[in-house]
Design a protein around this ligand. Structure first.
Ligand SMILES: [Cu+2]
Length: 133
């Protein structure tokens, strides 16, 4: 095998690998349950820097609460260079899941709710909000 052919094979493998990664991460972030409603409530409202409670309510297409889901929350700010705020919500009575939270900085936030539903599907919703200082 000559050098050019060898390089070609290596490059092809690299491209295939990176394309595979991209597909996998997109799948992980995609919403598989669009008919399920997820509502986010925050306390205090409006949000201010400091401790907070976040509450996620899951209901199906007929409005019935969904219990038995595993719900996690991730907060990201719109600017780069900050560690996300992470929390696991507990509960699941009457479709309500609660988490202790802390807004670590004033500004624009995106809260991503990820829930593994009892039927195994993954629900992903994003909520934009502004935290006051
Ligand atoms: Cu920040």
């Amino acid at each position: 095998m000559n050098l050019r052919r060898c390089l070609f094979i290596v490059l092809t493998l690299l491209l295939a690998t990176s394309a595979g990664c991209q597909r996998a991460s997109q799948q992980a972030a995609s919403d598989q349950a669009p008919e399920i409603a997820a509502a986010l409530a925050i306390d205090p409202e409006p949000a201010v820097v400091g401790p907070a409670k976040l509450q996620v309510t899951l209901t199906d297409a007929s409005g019935a609460p969904i219990d038995g889901a595993s719900v996690s929350l991730k907060g990201d700010m719109s600017h780069a260079g900050m560690a996300p705020v992470l929390a696991q919500a507990s509960g699941g009575a009457a479709g309500v899941y609660q988490a202790q939270w802390r807004w670590t900085m004033a500004g624009d936030w995106v809260v991503t709710v990820t829930a593994t539903l009892p039927d195994g599907r993954t629900l992903v919703r994003r909520f934009d909000l502004t935290v006051a200082g």
